[in-house]
Write a protein that binds this ligand. Sequence first.
Ligand SMILES: [Zn+2]
Length: 222
Amino acid sequence: MTNRPLQPLIDQNRAWSEARRQEDPEFFSRLVSQQEPEYLWIGCADSRVPANEIVGLMPGELFVHRNVANVVVQTDLNCLSVLQYAVEVLKVKHILVVGHYGCGGVQAALERRKLGLIDNWLRHVQSVADKHQEHLNEIEDDKDRVDRLCELNVIEQVVNVCKTTVVENAWASGQQLTVNGWTYRLNNGLVRDLQISVDDSSSLTTSHEGAVSRLHQRPVTR
Ligand SMILES: [Zn+2]
């Protein structure tokens, strides 16, 4: 008999599908006909940060893009394509950039660890660390410093989202769209709003400065 290590997943899928249909017989047929998510989640690929579950949303309610350390770069066609589809076709109303405390990618970037190919990707997070080096140097505890960079990284990635042509064009055409920054804490499952919610180009600079200065005023909490 062949070893089938994935069989438990197939079995769990059968059970999940059955439970969904028992709860709501029209569930899958409704999803097939359309998806109307109001939110785009841009988060870390970390397996401990399951986007839908964290915010209690069902399939069809959250459009999701995840990569290591929730980085948004204007040359990343993958992320930009997700962004374009979400904004122009699905017309999401909110974009959530969600980092998480204790992020391994952010920690590796801060410690300038040499891990291979991924160093090139984490270079973007190192740029965030460089930009805020003075503030980060004032934090004595190593874990707190990583967590603060997790927060700063979210704020800077929010700015990057806002500066994409996709979001700029949406705002220029009067489309209602807000870009928000959150962090997620693994040890209690809670989201923190970093109080950066940008809904037009003209308020980007003040929103960014406000969010950074609020961070500077409060210690990292666990
Ligand atoms: Zn992470």
